[in-house]
Ligand binder design. Structure first.
Ligand SMILES: NC(=O)c1ccc[n+]([C@@H]2O[C@H](COP(=O)([O-])OP(=O)(O)OC[C@H]3O[C@@H](n4cnc5c(N)ncnc54)[C@H](O)[C@@H]3O)[C@@H](O)[C@H]2O)c1
Length: 346
């Protein structure tokens, strides 16, 4: 069978921790061929650790050796590199968020279409077993028409102290664009891509701008910190749905908490852990699923879906048009917070 030749651009934490090990587990269908990083030592380290034969200093050269790339650079470079790859005839799996602005996302989609190449985004929460069950339950109308969705993506005192996560120029934002985006994406997917019409948002940075913070994920500089560490939002959709959203890297709460729940006309569900809340036989009726040991890890499932789709054997689960909607909502949340008014979307 033909194996997909995969290149890695940006050989840092997520490349070495998730993508490369996942592709290594799919050796029948994909071969890691080349790696590139602005920091050449990083690229060489990854090549040595994972037995990748080619190291390049610029990505244009890497494109000549591969069928697909996985982009794992800071967010600022996602659009530029993805468009260059697509124009070189290379499929793209780009880390999340798709890009910082909707305009960049639109250009990425246009490049994928023009060159007839695949483009997907690393919204891997969709590949968790709980999210897969929730999608099946939604598709099977277990809760009827959805009405209200609640999202909480909360960490207690865990501002990432490594990399460039607290740098607005390179990342475009903080807790929302880094962590909240996953749960926003998951909510939109489960709700079957409703059309947002109005967004109210509020961002905070006061805790992280205050010197001497206790932080569980390493040290960061409160003076250069210029992104959000806590965000709330209220979003309405054209079909009457509403979504209450909160995310944080640094909340003063008892424990970290990742929650997504949907109340519908006939029932409700919670994703983490997966539970259904219904009324049956004259009683309130709760059911839950046992997630079996040995389910593929989300990173592996994501890698397999992308590789198989590039080989024409599957269909992408994360479509770029859906990822664009997440960026559009995040842009609106940031704008709403800046202007102090709600943002109406077309
Ligand atoms: N899906 C997830 O849950 C998840 C988790 C962590 C990070 N990410 C995303 O992955 C991306 C990278 O994050 P990370 O944690 O690996 O960061 P990192 O800092 O560990 O690694 C980034 C690497 O990119 C390299 N780099 C920077 N600019 C470059 C450029 N223009 N061209 C080539 N290489 C470049 C850096 O030298 C570094 O080695 C970000 O977009 C982030 O949002 C996603």
């Amino acid at each position: 069978m033909t194996r997909l030749k995969m290149g890695i651009i940006g050989a840092g934490g997520i490349a070495q921790g998730r993508h490369i090990p996942s592709f290594r587990q799919l050796e029948d269908s994909v071969v890691l061929t080349a790696v590139q990083d602005l920091n050449k030592d990083r690229a060489e380290e990854a090549a040595r650790l994972f037995d990748i034969p080619h190291v390049f200093e610029n990505y244009e050269d890497l494109f000549q050796k591969v069928d697909a790339v996985t982009i794992c650079t800071p967010n600022k470079f996602h659009a530029e590199i993805a468009i260059a790859a697509l124009n070189a005839g290379v499929h793209v799996l780009c880390e999340k968020p798709m890009a910082i602005t909707t305009e960049e996302c639109t250009r990425m989609i246009a490049a994928a279409k023009k060159n007839d190449r695949l483009l997907s985004i690393g919204y891997h929460y969709r590949f968790t077993p709980e999210a897969q069950l929730a999608k099946k339950a939604m598709d099977n109308q277990e809760i009827g028409d959805p009405l209200v969705t609640r999202v909480q993506a909360m960490r207690r005192r865990k501002v990432p102290g490594w990399g460039v996560f607290t740098n607005k120029d390179l990342q475009g934002g903080g807790s929302l664009i880094d962590f909240g985006c996953h749960l926003l994406d998951l909510a939109l997917w489960l709700l079957d891509d409703p059309k947002p019409v109005e967004v109210m948002g509020k961002t905070y940075d006061r805790l992280s701008k205050t010197p001497g913070q206790v932080n569980d994920w390493g040290a960061f500089d409160h003076e250069t910190f210029d992104v959000d560490d806590h965000v709330t939002s209220y979003i309405t959709f054209d079909n009457g749905l509403s979504l209450q959203f909160e995310c944080s890297w640094a909340a003063n709460i008892k424990d970290d908490d990742t929650k997504l729940s949907i109340s519908g006309v006939d029932g409700g569900l919670s994703v983490y852990p997966f539970e259904l809340y219904q009324a049956k036989y004259g009683a309130l009726w709760d059911s839950s699923a046992k997630i079996r040991e040995g389910e593929p890890k989300p990173g592996l499932y994501q890698a397999k879906n992308f590789v198989d789709s590039c080989l024409g054997q599957d269909e992408l689960i994360v479509k770029p048009e859906q990822a664009l909607q997440v960026t559009k909502l995040m842009e609106a949340i940031y704008l709403s917070s800046e202007t102090g008014t709600s943002v109406k979307l077309d």
